[in-house]
Design a protein. Structure first.
Length: 364
């Protein structure tokens, strides 16, 4: 497996891993700033992709355990700057003959050390530009990343293999750390082109004062995730799934919000509050709002399906599919309105309530 194939693996796995890693980031950004800039999201995604590729380059290709057991190659190389001696002694370079230069640059004794520098160069850029690290911290963190890679190789992928199938090389530590330093220097040029981290954050706070549809949806998904995890755990313990579901629905969506001025855990964490049209919190309207949501989006469809199941069986299948299709369209339209606009849904209009951002209004 060559380097190109390794990167292809990373591209294939990246969407799934990126989503898993980005969701906590989205929650934190919405909690702190109320919005996410496209540039910041791109930086995080590209950082995830870069680290994924780098890690794959370190561990792949994976050999068979039986092959590793037969290895007799050295496990470590502890002589600093040995790559210089290897380049001088193993390449066709002749300092007095300029025609040997290009040929020497094409040999692995040259491009492997250079690759090790470029491997961590982006990491130095991220540390300096996005995380605002100085040279000392950039050097330290790059060294620790390189040490993590080398220990991964030395331990045989954390002792999955009986021994390391790749060489622990002190020169890699030196070259990788050098790459981070070079990245730090490159970041100085990038800072002149792109807005600073402080400028990005300032703009995010300004945008966060207005509640976006995506932020509302994120709060909804966050609540759904917490609610589902708690339900699964309790059902596995007590086995009474239907009663636990009803009890958790009441506790999570009705009782707990009473102690958070009507907001669920997800809404509270993302700095979202529910108010009426006069921008005041009223318990009755918030409870009415949630009851309407359950009735409209859960209760009515289930009730229709229940009655369909008890009518003429010859038309049961047709009507059932038709109702499900209509409900699906209705649900999709509501979902798109909720995600991509600030328009109120039917349960919000009836209850005369709306969501507001608390960014800039309360101390975070």
């Amino acid at each position: 497996m060559n380097y190109v194939e390794i990167i292809k693996y990373a591209v294939f796995l990246f969407p799934v891993i990126a989503f898993i890693m980005s969701f906590p980031f989205i929650l934190y950004e919405y909690h702190k700033y109320g919005s996410i800039s496209f540039l910041k999201a791109f930086i995080i995604y590209s950082l995830t992709f870069y680290l994924l590729c780098a890690y794959f380059l370190v561990i792949l290709p994976l050999p068979k355990i039986s092959e590793v057991e037969l290895l007799a190659t050295p496990r470590t190389q502890l002589i600093p700057f040995k790559f210089i001696c290897d380049f001088v002694s193993h390449t066709s370079l002749n300092i007095l003959d300029i025609h040997t230069y290009i040929k020497a640059l094409k040999q692995s004794w040259f491009y492997v050390p250079v690759f090790n520098i470029f491997l961590t160069l982006p990491f130095g850029v991220y540390l300096s530009y996005y995380f605002k690290c100085d040279l000392k911290k950039t050097t330290l963190y790059t060294f620790l990343l390189s040490l993590f890679f080398e220990l991964t190789q030395l331990t045989g992928l954390y002792f999955i293999y009986p021994r390391g199938y790749r060489l622990f090389d002190v020169d890699d530590l030196i070259l990788n750390t050098t790459g981070g330093i070079v990245g730090f220097l490159v970041a100085k040029w990038i800072k002149k082109i792109l807005p600073s981290r402080d400028e990005i954050d300032k703009k995010a706070i300004e945008n966060g004062k207005t509640l976006s549809g995506f932020r509302r949806t994120t709060a909804f998904l966050f609540d759904f995730f917490i609610f589902s995890v708690i339900n699964i755990i309790l059902i596995l313990i007590f086995k009474h799934d239907i009663y636990i579901f009803y009890a958790m629905t009441i506790i999570y969506y009705f009782i707990i919000p009473l102690f958070k001025k009507g907001s669920t855990c997800g809404q509270s964490y993302l700095n979202i509050k529910i108010v009426d049209y006069s921008k005041k919190y009223k318990v009755f309207r918030v409870i009415f709002r949630r009851l309407l949501f359950i009735i409209i989006y859960i209760g009515i469809p289930l009730l229709i399906l229940y009655y369909i199941g008890n009518i003429n069986k010859q038309i049961n299948e047709f009507i059932g599919c038709l109702v499900l299709f209509i409900y699906f369209i209705f649900d999709m339209v509501s979902g798109f309105k909720y995600l991509f606009s600030n328009k109120q849904l039917i349960f919000e209009k009836i209850s005369k309530t709306k969501m507001e951002s608390t960014i800039g209004k309360n101390e975070m």
